[in-house]
Unconditional design. Structure first.
Lengths: 251, 236
């Protein structure tokens, strides 16, 4: 078991090295930093970003946009998810809306939001709109997955309504909220950065990417991409850690 | 004060399960209701437990009783450990200190000491059912209802559970009513065995088994003769 696991890790490491190798070969082939800079040069650019005076403002603004969008969509999603989970009429009403939101290309929403909203608010709005359906659907599925036989058991033993909610409903839905939050985050970061690229707020990773692209600073575009991937990875990891800590009971 | 069901009527899916059905139970004994699949045994149990309503009929003695239920599947909360699952039903009934004591005592009786901190996902089916039985005995009830508690377990596990169940029941002789379609289960546990017919149910046979639990082995001695007559009654 343990050996095959480290074996798998070696293969994953080999996969990363393979990607770097392909990148290196391609950069040697194009021989131009305007098309594809080498991995080493990009790494240096990435590291130099951290020492840039505007780095914290840029990354910090994008992160706070993500968090604001996440919190709003979390509150709305959990609320709407509970309503759709317990009431089939609310569910019938909300399902088509969710399907519509999910099917609209993100770019369409951005283009409309650009007309309606302040540039800084566009990415938050986009993030919220892309994250909301995931959280809502997952919470709703979670509520519908609650084992009614457990509720009969608890009611039979005269467990109070309040404790049934706290000790049966909430723990049952928790894994669904976590998995909804995790997929929402994954898709949310991407949407927020696209929003920033197109709305050009003063600070933001997307703004920096767009600027770099305009001046053909391909290494900076990739460097900011790496930062975005790191941020996304960090949040994904912390959600997984929280899951491990709070949902210990699953086999 | 005895437990009685009088003039019970219940239809389910246009089938008349009970039509003027009457049955009474002796307190402090284990009554087994044996019947073919689909004869309405579980429905009867749920009516007695107040989980479903009869179409009409009187239940006497049940209302005043505090009742535990051992369901066919153990119905444990997956996010609570063995001990927490037992204590889950006790919070309203007793203060924390007593709760821990009762849970620990039942865990010991059910030989689950090594698993008190385990989540249900790490237990075998037989062990989960033991937790469910421990929970029912931990709950301060006068009456225990059971729905095929040994279903799906192999004979070795069945005998093991019967041994533990009898140990607990002998220390605390509550009234037990259980339903099953498995003759072995009835023979191993019942002190009164009532055989029901196909619906609408009527009582085909009512027998007592005066044999101590430890002398009960299926397919041996006096139980063998009893098994024959139960099989015959079930077949009709």
């Amino acid at each position: 078991m343990k050996i095959s696991f480290t074996g798998k890790q070696y293969i994953s490491l080999a996969s990363v090295l393979f990607m770097l190798l392909v990148w290196k070969i391609l950069s040697l082939h194009f021989k131009s930093d305007f098309v594809l800079p080498s991995p080493e040069k990009t790494l240096i650019t990435t590291l130099s970003l951290f020492t840039d005076g505007k780095f914290l403002a840029t990354a910090g603004t994008t992160v706070s946009r993500g968090l604001i969008g996440f919190v709003i969509s979390g509150i709305l999603g959990i609320g709407a998810g509970i309503l759709t989970g317990v009431n089939q009429y609310v569910n019938a009403f909300l399902r088509p809306i969710l399907v519509t939101i999910r099917s609209i290309p993100v770019v369409s929403i951005i283009l409309l939001a650009l007309i309606w909203l302040h540039p800084g608010a566009v990415p938050v709005f986009i993030g919220m709109l892309t994250m909301f359906p995931f959280i809502c659907t997952n919470v709703s599925d979670g509520i519908r997955s609650i084992d009614s036989e457990l509720v009969v058991m608890a009611t039979f033993y005269k467990v109070s309504r309040k404790r049934i909610v706290g000790e049966l409903y909430i723990p049952a839905v928790m894994p669904f909220i976590v998995s909804g939050a995790s997929s929402a985050m994954g898709i949310g970061w991407r949407a927020i950065i696209i929003g920033e690229v197109l709305s050009q707020p003063r600070y933001g990773i997307g703004t920096m990417m767009q600027n770099a692209q305009t001046f053909l600073n391909v290494d900076a575009v990739i460097a900011w991409t790496i930062i975005a991937v790191l941020i996304s990875y960090l949040f994904e990891k912390s959600i997984r850690l929280a899951e491990k800590k709070f949902i210990t009971w699953r086999a | 004060m005895s437990l009685e069901v009088k003039a019970l009527y219940k239809n389910f899916d246009n089938i008349s399960l009970f039509s003027d059905f009457n049955i009474s139970f002796h307190e402090g004994t284990i009554t087994c209701i044996l019947g073919p699949s689909g004869c309405g045994k579980t429905t009867l149990l749920n009516i007695m437990g107040g989980i479903i309503e009869p179409d009409s009929g009187q239940l006497s003695g049940f209302n005043e009783k505090s009742v535990s239920y051992i369901f066919q599947d153990p119905r444990l909360l997956p996010w609570k450990t063995v001990k927490e699952n037992i204590e889950f039903v006790l919070k309203r009934e007793m203060p924390a200190e007593q709760r821990h004591k009762v849970a620990e005592q039942l865990i010991r009786l059910m030989e689950l000491e090594d698993f008190a901190g385990y989540y249900p996902s790490r237990l075998s089916g037989g062990m989960r059912q033991r937790v469910s039985i421990a929970r029912a005995f931990a709950y301060p009830s006068d009456l225990i209802l059971m729905d095929e508690p040994l279903k799906g377990l192999d004979i070795k596990l069945k005998l093991n559970l019967v041994r533990m169940f009898s140990k607990m029941w002998q220390a605390d002789k509550r009234t037990v009513i259980f339903v099953t379609h498995d003759i072995d289960e009835a023979l191993l546990l019942g002190s009164d065995v009532v055989v029901l017919s196909r619906p609408p149910a009527n009582i085909v046979l009512n027998r007592q088994i005066d044999l101590p639990f430890e002398k009960r082995l299926p397919d041996s001695g006096p139980l063998k003769e009893m098994k024959g007559s139960l099989m015959q009654a079930l077949g009709n």
